[in-house]
Design a protein around this ligand. Structure first.
Ligand code: HEM
Ligand code: HEM
Length: 164
């Protein structure tokens, strides 16, 4: 069993963080492209580009999530240390839910864009679930790094001072 995430897995994690930010940057353009015809104004070509970037970045997030799951299966990693088994269970649940959301978001996005528009509200709902999961994820990271100082971030390639 590996003690830390591989360089490839670390890269895919941080690339997903960057792509998530791209999604937050590009999504307002989707609303603008959809609303423009209703207001009788031409669609801004830059908004159309952002709309396409949203779809491509979403596709990459899906690909990266599947790749990471395959890497995890192929090269299992020891879980980090926790002060209580309850935290270990919570961490596992949040990671499973994060991967599920990262897979379902691009699927519902693709469905909404090309097949059934009723997938739109599900996509939006999933974004809210992702926000909630990310808040828990980040609180978990802060607990490890600030309270327990157990070097958790080093497992994702970030070496911080004052860790045990
Ligand atoms: C993990 C990947 C993705 C994330 C994090 C994401 C994020 C978001 C966010 C934050 C919104 C705005 C929700 C709101 O109105 O408050 C949105 C809307 C939308 N996204 Fe994505 N998205 C992802 C993947 C995709 C993909 C792959 C596609 C299409 C191929 C797509 C198409 C759309 C569409 C069409 C909307 C408008 C939905 C509506 O208003 O009904 N998304 N997305
Ligand atoms: C600055 C923001 C972030 C930090 C500092 C961070 C940090 C970490 C760390 C340290 C781990 C490893 C936990 C362990 O050792 O078990 C991890 C795992 C993970 N992170 Fe993040 N993360 C951030 C943002 C994100 C975002 C935005 C997403 C998704 C969009 C995400 C998805 C995941 C997933 C799915 C795992 C589980 C990896 C696995 O066990 O296969 N993270 N994160």
């Amino acid at each position: 069993m590996r003690q830390t995430y591989s360089r490839v897995h670390q890269f895919l994690h941080w690339a997903t963080v960057a792509l998530f930010l791209v999604q937050l940057w590009t999504y307002p353009a989707i609303g603008r492209t959809h609303h423009a015809p209703h207001y009788g104004v031409p669609i801004d070509p830059f908004d159309l580009l952002l709309h396409n970037i949203h779809a491509i970045a979403g596709g990459m997030i899906l690909l990266f999530a599947l790749l990471r799951l395959w890497i995890r299966y192929r090269y299992p990693i020891t879980p980090p240390t926790f002060r209580h088994p309850m935290f270990a269970a919570l961490s596992k649940m949040v990671h499973v839910a994060l991967y599920s959301t990262l897979i379902l978001l691009p699927i519902t996005g693709l469905l909404k864009m090309y097949i059934v528009s009723s997938a739109g509200p599900i996509h939006v709902l999933l974004t809210r679930a992702l926000y909630a999961l990310l808040i828990i994820h980040l609180i978990g990271v802060v607990i490890h790094v600030v309270l327990w100082r157990d070097g958790l971030l080093a497992r994702m390639g970030v070496k911080l001072p004052f860790q045990r």
